[in-house]
Design a protein around this ligand. Structure first.
Ligand SMILES: *[C@@H]1O[C@H](CO)[C@@H](O)[C@H](O)[C@H]1NC(C)=O
Length: 364
């Protein structure tokens, strides 16, 4: 009897040791993963490796609040995918270009600052097409390492989380300065080009076995301090960029709804970031923000000049970012991101539909 107990204990000890030695791969089969695509709102450090020196988030005061150092995030702390990974019990998603990275079984973040859907809009950035190339490369490496069967299982249960298109729309207002309102046919055609290209990228993931897509819709671009600065607007939100984002969001949700009827097994959910950000700009106090229009860090009216991130530029930075909705001219604070992420993760159908991310991620 005693001897059996000893043996069992010995076996348990060996098992425990094995579990301890392989903590990085033990999680692969039992937790559904997140693969993240998008722009600076979701950038989790790719910006450190995108080859553009001085892009911003590698300098103080970015990261000052949570990481206590610049962490390649365009905020004082965490970006939305950081919170979502924490809620899901996953480690912070590592940027695909992290040197030496070769374990893809914890999820990956491909998002990179300035990314657009249309490749010619901001040349030299890691646009969505490049992010797709990286994803296909990753899937190929994964098949080599853990085999076809395991890879297929992992990819089909994972959630593909997107925040993209905001820079595409924003750029219309950069290049057409002075010529407002924009031609409605041009706007419609432009939106269709974005959606056409985005569709082909969704197919890329689908063809690799991806089935579950979660999208954050495009925010009220006219409320960004940078937009107001650029268009020399004094009020809370410039109407035309807000309306363009709304039109895009409506066309986008119609598109993914059509995809669901066309592609067997395709599932999606959309977080209404647009409305959530808009109401916080207009009623910051109700959500705990003392300041919801002026950015914590930057220069000029509303601190809307993007000087916070530029080496050698002069700028001011607030002493308590948690009082602010905007950290810089185009990005919300850690505090704001936490509110958005918790709505995305646990919110009801009025903010995230048809599923919140918690139940969507758990689906097989
Ligand atoms: C993708 O965008 C380009 C412009 O960047 C456009 O010419 C092309 O038609 C778009 N493709 C689709 C499938 O919509």
């Amino acid at each position: 009897m005693a001897r059996t107990t000893t043996n069992i204990l010995a076996i348990l000890a060996i098992c425990a040791t094995i579990l301890f030695i392989s903590p990085t791969t033990s999680n692969a089969q039992d937790k559904n993963l997140l693969f993240v695509f998008g722009d600076s709102l979701y950038d989790g450090g790719m910006t450190l490796y995108n080859g553009v020196e001085g892009a911003g988030a590698e300098f103080w005061p970015y990261g000052e609040n949570y990481f206590k150092r610049p962490a390649g995030r365009y905020t004082d702390g965490r970006v939305i995918p950081d919170f979502l990974a924490q809620y899901a019990g996953l480690p912070f998603l590592r940027p695909y270009l992290l040197p030496g990275l070769n374990d893809y079984t914890q999820g990956i973040n491909f998002a990179s600052a300035s990314a657009c859907v249309l490749v010619e809009t901001r040349p030299g950035t890691i646009n969505l097409a490049r992010q797709m190339d990286y994803f296909v490369e990753m899937a190929w490496k994964l098949r080599n390492r853990i085999g076809e069967l395991e890879t297929n299982k992992l990819l089909s249960k994972a959630v593909y989380l997107f925040n993209i298109g905001g820079n595409d729309l924003f750029s219309l207002f950069e290049t057409n300065r002075g010529g407002f309102p924009l031609n409605p046919y041009m706007k419609k055609d432009y939106v269709n080009q974005i959606l056409g290209n985005l569709t082909s990228h969704i197919y890329t993931i689908y063809n690799q076995g991806g089935r579950k897509f979660a999208f954050q819709n495009i925010g009220p671009l006219g409320c960004m301090p940078s937009m107001k600065f650029m268009l020399q607007y004094q009020g809370s939100c410039v109407e035309e960029p807000v309306e363009l984002a709304k039109m895009y969001n409506a066309a986008f949700s119609a598109l993914v709804n059509r995809l669901q009827t066309r592609l067997p097994g395709f599932k999606y959910t959309i977080y209404d970031f647009h409305t959530s950000l808009h109401i916080r700009v207009l009623n910051g106090g109700r959500y705990g923000f003392k300041e919801s229009e002026i950015a914590c860090c930057g220069s000029g009216p509303f601190n809307g000049g993007f000087s916070c991130q530029k080496k050698g530029n002069s700028f001011t930075v607030c002493s308590n970012p948690a009082d602010y909705l905007w950290f810089d001219a185009g990005h919300t604070t850690d505090r704001g991101n936490e509110q958005f992420a918790s709505e995305f993760w646990l919110g009801g159908p009025n903010v995230v539909a048809p599923y919140n991310l918690q139940s969507f991620l758990a689906m097989s």
